[in-house]
Design a protein around this ligand. Structure first.
Ligand code: NI
Length: 179
């Protein structure tokens, strides 16, 4: 297993729509294992393949870091098949340095995906897991949390980021849940 580099906004790979996985190879399985290790190390509750530079429809999630691995999800070609309700959650993203924002999402989602053996999985999620699934699927569609805020907020962030990148002070550590 290996730790992978997490790409940060404005890396262009993060804007691409990721391609479906057509067959699960040993390379796919290794990528997924590396993504899991990278997610736990970050630490984050979810990670999408485009965030590590691979434009394929693969996500990993674990919202229960107290029991790592117990509720780990490794999803290939995930697709939302139903949703209901609304909830607001303050989201941060491992690919967007020092930025959090409240985003309105569906409160409950139903999702279909394949596992590593290409068996179909069905998932019913609510709360943080529902938020994280929608956030990661956004990554597969080339969308970041910055694409879900007003242009003004996005421009302000771009300016702040440029200053951060110019300065010699590292950005502050974000204590919130990162997806
Ligand atoms: Ni993210």
């Amino acid at each position: 297993m290996a730790l992978l580099e997490i790409l940060k906004y404005p890396d262009p790979i993060l804007k691409q729509v990721a391609k479906p996985v057509t067959s699960v190879t040993s390379e796919t399985v290794r990528l997924i294992e590396d993504m899991v290790e990278t997610m736990y190390a970050a630490p984050g509750v979810g990670l999408a393949a485009p965030q590590v530079g691979v434009s394929r429809r693969i996500i990993v999630l674990d919202i229960d870091h107290d029991n790592p691995g117990k509720n780990l999800l490794k999803l290939i070609n995930p697709e939302i098949s139903g949703s209901e309700g609304e909830l607001l959650w303050e989201e941060g993203c491992l690919s967007v340095v020092d930025f959090t924002v409240e985003i309105k999402r569906a409160a409950r989602v139903e999702l279909k995906a394949l596992d590593e053996k290409e068996k179909e999985l069905k998932i019913d999620a609510e709360g943080l897991l529902a938020v994280a699934l929608q956030h990661e699927i956004d990554h597969l569609n080339g969308k970041l949390i910055l694409d879900r805020v007003s242009r003004l907020k996005r421009d302000l962030y771009s300016r702040r980021l440029k200053k951060m990148l110019r300065g010699d002070k590292p950005p502050p550590e974000n204590p919130r849940v990162m997806i």
